[in-house]
Design a protein around this ligand. Sequence first.
Ligand SMILES: Cc1ncc(COP(=O)(O)O)c(C=O)c1O
Length: 396
Amino acid sequence: MKSILHQTLDRTGTDSVKWDGLERWFHLKSDVLPLWVADIDVRTAPAISEALTARAATGEYGYTLFSRDAQRAVSDWYSRRHDVKFDPNHVLFSSGVVPGLTHIVEALTEEGDGVVIQSPVYPPFHELVTGLKRELLDAPLIQVNGRYEMDFDALEAAMRQAKLFLLCSPHNPVGRVWMESELARVIELARRHDVIIVADEIHADLTYPSQHHVAIGRLDDRVITVSAPSKAFNIAGLFASYIVCPDDAWRKRIIQVQNKHHVLPTPFANTAIIAAYTDPRAERWLDQLTAELEEQAAYVVGRFRESMPYLTCFMPEASYLLWIDFEALGLEPDARKKWLQEDVRIFLSPGTPFGESGRSFERLNFGTRRTLIDEALERLIRQVGENEQRTGNAFV
Ligand SMILES: Cc1ncc(COP(=O)(O)O)c(C=O)c1O
């Protein structure tokens, strides 16, 4: 098969958030390279586009139920790929993973209840909790020998006051794939303090071939799992996601909240889930993509370590997001943003919304062709050099 990642896909003019959003939302010129929002610059698996084309050709686009075949597809996928048996009847549709997490928090907690997160973490984790007027309890991750780990003392302290824990597995932005021993400790603490675990596994199917994702639902049958084929197959714009909730009473409450918010799939969501999870060609495509992403991660991290060793980056174990510490440049977040956009001319995701510990960080999405990555890195290296010459101050 030809490379998936290194083929050119021009997304400009498609109303792409990542590409066209730069001008529309941030008034930036088109020469700024977008390495931010978490989708990638590749066409989805042909098996999925073929299935969608066939569905489109029916001309039937009325209100649609979550297909039983899609429920079975999710259940079979988790069984085959992650060794956990979910009852297909426990799989609910969700129009996005973030809406799914939001509806779960709304359904299973009350205003003022504590919800635990582990910063730095995907900004909507913070926003959905505070937006629902729940108390945000942070148990920040800690850096140990160049890798992020859970702080179990902090996690237990937070869980003492909490009703629910939002686990990001694999973790965005630090790229960790949690080990079974770590997840087992999470479960032990949650049981001790009667805390509901809600696992966002949206990046799970992009776990690198050298790593192993453990679905936490395999270790505890009360865990609620929220996921989608959206990251793995690059179909985030279809909003085809799901919630797996084995507990009958909790599931009933989640459905009530979903009904209040009119959650229904589009016909294309059903088709995409079924094609992604049942067509063997899609599965082979995904296996190739994850291998290419692992290689790209090693390449990008290698280039940073060789050319800009003063910028610390954390080798991801899944997906296409690189968490980079720009502390050595001594720039405040606003000044760094201006410098990156106006001088370097690349657009990254700033670290502060991921949590206070992210202040000096940026997140770089390397899910694009190698030539674009090279251009971005060269711009960065050049501007670090130019800035040193202009100011006479070595940045580092
Ligand atoms: C951990 C995590 N959860 C959820 C999402 C978004 O999911 P959705 O667009 O389905 O709401 C992302 C997107 O980057 C993510 O990284």
